[in-house]
Design a binder for this molecule. Structure first.
Ligand code: PAF
Length: 288
């Protein structure tokens, strides 16, 4: 497994790989890796096997431009040694571990802004966040020269926004969506889970329970209002969680929907436990 600590060495490695004619898949992360990230890597490997093989590169970069002022960038967990050990066991071919100054060059004037999807839903809660994501993802695509990239469905708005961006900019990178990986009690895996107190950790599976309920209501022909009502009721049963947003949108493009859905909808939750904001989502199919 190769480790590239700057853009130049990553580009040189990617050029060498590309000369071999095999595809490259990027698994972009901010480190603090867990089982969910390893599932992204394993999906990347499967995608490559289906195409006769190739290389997986995982980037680890805590991207400052996607953190708001109130969010503590400095507190974001950094576990490079453990991450490297996990990735080497997972069969990754290279890790790209750039520094901030390497990614954000002095005098840079260009940002990538997916103007609609950046400003709705979680974008309202975290102004500037998705602009930071879109900009860094574009850079990571360009530096690694990847043919495909995995994105978790857990960050559903991010996944939808990256798909839109690739479409809008004619970027020749295939986006591979990977279902959310959950703990045994249903809590979606996230680096943020480590920051929960034991009491909040015990309470947090209420998110997935409320999403299970949403799926049941949708499958039995419930309206958007009925789905919302049931999600609110389940979440209200756990007072430790401070609900920030409950959004129910068309799963295809995150546009608004009301009445009885005749196409899949996605329920997007953001719930705060102490200082930790947890998100989760479920795509719910309506009754056939
Ligand atoms: O999902 C994440 O970990 C980040 O938003 C990403 C895609 C690595 C960009 O910094």
């Amino acid at each position: 497994m190769e480790i590239c600590r700057d853009t130049g060495s990553m580009i040189a490695l990617s050029d060498r790989w590309r000369a071999e004619g095999k595809p490259i898949v990027l698994v972009a992360t901010m480190g603090a890796l867990h089982e969910g990230h390893l599932t992204l890597v394993s999906r990347a490997r499967d995608w490559l096997s289906e195409r006769g093989g190739g290389r997986v590169v995982t980037s680890i970069f805590v991207n400052p431009t996607q953190f708001g002022e109130a969010e503590d960038l400095a507190k974001y967990p950094r576990t490079e040694e453990a991450d490297t050990a996990l990735l080497s066991g997972a069969g990754v071919d290279a890790i790209f571990l750039p520094g901030v100054a390497d990614i954000y060059l002095p005098g840079a004037q260009t940002i990538v802004d997916v103007t609609g999807l950046s400003r709705v839903l979680m974008g309202k809660l975290r102004p500037g966040h998705f602009r930071g994501v879109a900009t860094v993802v574009t850079k990571l695509f360009n530096i690694t020269g990847c043919d495909a990239a995995t994105f978790g469905e857990k960050d559903y708005q991010q996944l939808t926004l990256v798909r839109q961006m690739v479409r809008d900019l004619n970027t020749r990178v295939e986006i591979i969506a990977v279902p959310t990986v959950r703990e045994a009690d249903g809590l979606a895996m996230s680096s943020r889970n480590q920051r929960l107190t034991p009491e909040d950790r015990a309470a947090a599976p209420v998110l997935s329970r409320s999403l299970d309920r949403a799926q049941e209501v949708a499958a039995s022909g419930g309206t958007i209002a009925a789905i919302r009502r049931e999600v609110v009721a389940v979440l209200a049963g756990e007072p430790r969680g401070e609900v920030q947003t409950i959004d129910i949108c068309r799963a295809s493009d995150l546009s608004g929907i009301s009445g009885q859905p005749n196409q899949p909808v996605v329920v997007l939750l953001a719930v705060r436990f102490g200082g930790v904001l947890l998100i989760d989502q479920r795509v719910c199919a309506p009754s056939a």
